[in-house]
Design a protein around this ligand. Sequence first.
Ligand code: BGC
Length: 797
Amino acid sequence: MTELESRIDKAIGALELDAKVRLLTGASNFTLHPEQAIDLAEVVFSDGPTGVRGALFTGGRIACLLPNATLLAQHWDTAVATEVGALLAEEAAAQHVHVVLGPTVNLHRTPLSGRLFESFSEDPMLTGALATAYIKGLQDNGIAATLKHFVANEAETDRKTVNSLVDERTLREAYLLPFEMAVADANPWAVMAAYNRVNGIPATEHTALIEGVLKGEWRYDGLVMSDWYAAESTAESANAGLDLTMPGPAGPWGDRLVAAVHEGEVAESTVDEHVRRMLRLAGRVGAFGEERAWPSDGPAPDSPQRRALLRRLAAGGMTVLVNRESTLPLATEGKVAVIGRHATETVAQGAGSAQVRPPHVVSIADGISAALGADRVSVVDGVEIRSDPLTAAPYSLRDPETGEFGIRVTTRDGRGDVIESRYVDGSEVSLRESPWLASATTIELAAVVVLAEPARMQVGVRGRGEWTFSAPGHYERVRLERVDNAGEVLRLPYRTVTLDLQPGARITAVVTPEPDTPIVGLAARAAPKPPAAAIGAATWAAREADVAVVVVGLTPEQETEEVDKITLALPGEQDALVAAVAAAAKRTVVVVNAATPVLMPWLDRVDAVLWAGLPGQEAGAAVAAALTGEVEPAGRLVTTFPARDGDGPVWSPMPLHGELPYGEGIACGYRGWQASGIDPLFWFGHGLGYTQWAYGEAELTVDDTIRSVRVEVTNTGSRAGREVVQVYWRPEGEPVRLIGWSGVDVEPGLTASVEVLVEQRVLRRWHDGAWQWLPLTGEVLIARGLGDIRITLPTAR
Ligand code: BGC
């Protein structure tokens, strides 16, 4: 027995039942209870996966905002995933966070799912391999990873009640596989049980999955926690293998679990086992026994070192979807019109628990202007992209008293007397997370709108309650009610007006919040023009320039936790904007600022498309580096893009009578597309990069299984580039599947011999309760995405 295990034994022996049970529910949203008697310190959790936000949802610490998971996955590079894990570990250590709540390894089952931006891909093996590397990056640096959400959590609609109906084979071969790989190869110190039910049983109470598969067959020795508020039962969840319910301090365990033990419903040894796993986690992260020494300082989120890394991580994953006549990289001369609301109001991240508060977001307009020189670039706003104006961006408001970026928040009692007045660095406040707001009858939010010149602005308020709002020439009272189809925190009610404001204009809002109002804030942004006017101005600018770069995309209204999409169409009149620009411009480059597929009805009319994802804090700098070719956008898609709404093996994420059948079985994503015979807009694995590749001799090593593939690839273009050699297997009578890949950097004119090792766990079939090896009949495909198969080799000997 190791030293840690014997200390755990001793600690368990030293605690009474109620003290042990206390350790099994969070102490707060993101902490666990310390216990002096056994030398247990407070364990601190923070959401990932795109940054370490810390313990607060709103107004927390400034932290690095990474590119989103699909953009990182588009590198197809486990070394990048490890680098990301190591970066997150440093970010966690700087905040004294022990446990990061990521990676997310649920699959891209339908392109409509709101939370796809947070998970890697539609392929279980690619997902499992990237997650493994990411976990190693975190845990090799002493910070726990949390593999989530276990399991069959591929959509957001009714996420807390939906019953995912998945047959055993599909679970094993598709949805459990990334968990299986990560557990076997990286041993994440925590796993999070999902909100949904799996075949009728809540994931937090799923004995067969938690005790049977995870802890039994896979011999997982880490901790299983619930997703936030997911656990609702006492004995059922405790007996199923769930070790910890989150958050706390309230929850379904506590006294009720103590009583369940007294009544014989839960054995005390079961509680001990949960405590054992909790202490094992604490021991692994240095919170049990001798306390870990945290580093005294590290690079700040806006340090040159972090900025350079985040820019490279974003730019390298960006994907060239179309590039006619080598339109990209951009020429080193000529005028460029940068067009679109996403250029000025760039979307750097999705919405929900993964949200981070970055030091800045470099807009795409600013990034391109800085890279090309302001004299070459004109920036033109596009059409409206949102229905909700969102909270004012950092640097758009100033505290009227101190002049600092942010707002002035003043609380008053029932008689109207001031209780407290504070500067707040942001434009919203969380009533749940700011105790000083609790005693207020009214809260006043005041700010000066940052303007260099007179401008037409959209300003207003967000959050539930009775409001008065005043701005120069405007006063109104309004009552804002709960928005009922979305989460309380993610979708706030709002009221805005469009006003012509002068520099120095002050806006003041006073709210009488409701008892459970979560967040209140101010909205302020440049008012969008009506579509016809915006398109007119864009067309004019496009005509004047040598190249039009039109930036379109989704917003956190679509790419969000808790809500699924209903269409892949770009919001607003963005398609009309692209079509008009393409008709007017000499050359049109479309940059898509979104994590997950969108429709591109204008595709035949544009010269190039760069898929930019949600690029994180260095967004604009990364897009500029990719467009100019300073960094090759060498990404390959990690999900298949449909050409039309409704196409593809799985479309609707909507449960029917509470049930969501995974009827396509293992044929989700490209596997189902290949079988259907319908062509997608872009295949999984597609991505052009900036050079061309010729494939030469290929050789397959097969004994009793397929071991590896060796192939020669030649860079036939004029630039150095990275090729991702993808190897698929089409077993006879079974869906095609990715079985391996390898990335290689090659100088122009040179040839590399690339060896791709085959992942054995995708060569199996689950049948009648056991794994079988698939017969070796079939073909191996060496491809640049399934739309560009270069070599086909038979596998039968
Ligand atoms: C999400 C988890 C997240 C947790 C804590 C939940 O809503 O599903 O992924 O880690 O909140 O913020």
